[in-house]
Design a protein around this ligand. Structure first.
Ligand SMILES: Cc1cc2nc3c(=O)[nH]c(=O)nc-3n(C[C@H](O)[C@H](O)[C@H](O)COP(=O)(O)OP(=O)(O)OC[C@H]3O[C@@H](n4cnc5c(N)ncnc54)[C@H](O)[C@@H]3O)c2cc1C
Ligand code: SF4
Length: 490
């Protein structure tokens, strides 16, 4: 009988077909030698794999080896595997000769369906269009053939600033996992590996993200019942005292394969139909999961291999060490310091800090997209290569000059001030363009527009920003100030 190999991101029941099929789980130490992963990410992945091995008992052969190849030498039966999620792993399984590769799982839309959809668009590939297609194709939140409520996107209702009252959002916190003996063993092994010279980044800490299906479904059901109603309005807001807001904190669970995205999508739909959550929140969540998550997965395979190394806006500076090493204490800018500390302490911050604080700063300063891809992959508990092409290269850095997005996500400190409570307690002034207290995001924004104007899209919105740029009589002073600041910690 064929033995099914489960990679460490294929751990849920939807990666199996037969309760009695022999299984294979492999822990490769070389994976951790290759890159300096966040310590909590290394812990989560190993903990999830070992918990799955313990659950499966005799059904699974659990091997620990230096490399996958070395482990496979010890397996006698022919092996099959669901399509891996990275090119490197796909090339490995193909090169082994004796491994049958099955179609991918863990995403909603099939690769052939996406390819047919994208080929029809002849190069104009946009999330909104794909999202409509996916809603219709999988019959999600539909009334006949039209969207429930009459509109495909309720984003306009979902852009509220943080509540005026300071302090955490008024939602019950997500249930946290309890560590057990397997976690203790993982921590011990990682300490040993670190002593042997394997490098990690970030701080160790209690495990915050689910490592088993039970932990993941508990968090999902709690989210659908108690947190989803507030998800929409504050989706984009950032609050210093509340890193989680009403986000689901489930990305690592989907990406480890503990949860099937469709079960969460149907659960959110049900929460709407039973009156537990309003439509804008439900639609907002479905757009993230059915829209964005599937979209970025497919673009990873659809775009050429070279897309990862795109550098359309001419970003040639190296990522500085204070950023790479998560040295939040060296940063005075309150937004960036808080977000970098969140990555250091948890390996997770929500979408807006990733896009508008970390990436916005990197793009303004001209840091190399390929180095950022590596940094995001290593530093986040949910970081996977398939998520990088679109999220980092395409959306955040605009390095592919608009193959998947209509504009670069560049913004000044005034934007950060609108969507967060950061600026009040910051030594910089979000409106200040130059001078000692000038916000580095505001100065950086104008310099970015000036530097890249020839490569920016010719949309009405961009034209408005460029007209404002042309009216700045202090541009030379701002440029000189930002040249002096360079990539130092602001
Ligand atoms: C620069 C950058 C890098 C990112 N890298 C990753 C990554 O490596 N892995 C990853 O899973 N997400 C990534 N994201 C997307 C997003 O930030 C995280 O999925 C989200 O913050 C995880 O928190 P959550 O589970 O509470 O999400 P929620 O806000 O609750 O959203 C629900 C779910 O939607 C999915 N989702 C939403 N947006 C995206 C997106 N753009 N891409 C993929 N899935 C999405 C996630 O599975 C998430 O769990 C990245 C975003 C940016 C801007
Ligand atoms: S003033 Fe500028 S640096 Fe300070 S928190 Fe606001 S956006 Fe960030």
């Amino acid at each position: 009988m064929l033995r099914r190999w489960l990679f460490a991101d294929q751990l849920g029941p939807h990666f199996l077909d037969d309760r009695h099929q022999p299984l294979l789980l492999i822990e490769s130490k070389a994976v951790f030698r290759r890159r300096a992963f966040h310590r909590q990410k290394a812990h989560l992945v190993l903990s999830a794999l070992r918990h799955r091995a313990a659950e499966l008992g005799d059904q699974a052969l659990h091997l620990r080896a230096e490399t996958y190849r070395e482990a496979l030498v010890r397996v006698r039966e022919p092996v099959e595997v669901n399509h891996p999620t990275s090119r490197r792993a796909r090339d490995l399984v193909r090169s082994l000769g004796r491994v049958t590769v099955l179609p991918p799982r863990g995403f909603v839309t099939a690769i052939e369906d996406f390819t047919a959809w994208a080929d029809e668009r002849r190069g104009t590939i946009r999330l909104d269009d794909f999202y409509r297609y996916a809603r219709r194709h999988h019959r999600v939140l539909l009334d006949g053939d039209e969207p429930v409520g009459g509109r495909w996107s309720l984003d306009a209702e979902n852009r509220q600033p943080p509540p005026k009252r300071s302090g955490p959002l008024d939602v019950p916190p997500p249930p946290m996992p309890e560590e057990d003996d397997i976690d203790a063993e993982v921590r011990h092994d990682l300490d040993r590996w670190a002593a042997e010279g394997i490098r990690f980044v970030g701080r160790d800490g209690p495990r915050l993200f689910p490592a088993t299906r039970t932990e993941a479904t508990t968090r999902l059901h709690h989210f659908l019942r108690h947190r989803l109603p507030k998800f929409g309005p504050y989706e984009n807001a950032m609050v210093t005292t509340d890193p989680f807001m009403a986000h689901s904190l489930l990305s690592s669970s989907f990406n480890l394969g503990l949860l099937d995205p469709m079960e969460a999508i149907r659960g959110a739909e049900e929460a709407y139909h039973t009156g537990h959550a309003p439509l804008p929140s439900v639609e907002g969540f479905v757009r993230q999961l059915l829209g964005w998550r599937d979209f970025v997965w497919h673009l990873y395979w659809y775009f050429e291999v070279g897309h990862r190394r795109s550098d359309g806006v001419g970003a040639r500076r190296s990522v500085p060490s204070w950023f790479a090493d998560l040295d939040a204490d060296s940063v005075r800018a309150r937004c960036l310091s808080d977000v970098l500390a969140g990555v250091r302490d948890r390996g997770w911050v929500h979408h807006t800090p990733r896009l508008m604080v970390l990436n916005n700063y990197a793009m303004q300063r001209g840091w190399r997209p390929s180095e950022l891809v590596d940094w995001f992959h290593r530093s986040f508990v949910d970081g996977y290569e398939w998520a990088m092409t679109a999220n980092v290269v395409g959306m955040s850095q605009y390095a592919d000059l608009g193959q998947m997005s209509t504009k670069p996500y560049a913004a000044s400190g005034e934007y950060v001030n609108r969507v967060s409570d950061y600026c009040g307690g910051c030594p910089y002034d979000p409106k200040g363009r130059h001078g000692e207290n000038a916000c580095p995001y505001t100065g950086g924004y104008w310099v970015f527009l000036d530097r890249t104007r020839e490569r920016l899209p010719s949309t009405a919105r961009m034209a408005r920003s460029l007209r404002q740029l042309d009216q700045l009589d202090d541009l030379p002073v701002i440029k000189e100030q930002e040249r002096r600041r360079g990539s130092q910690a602001p």
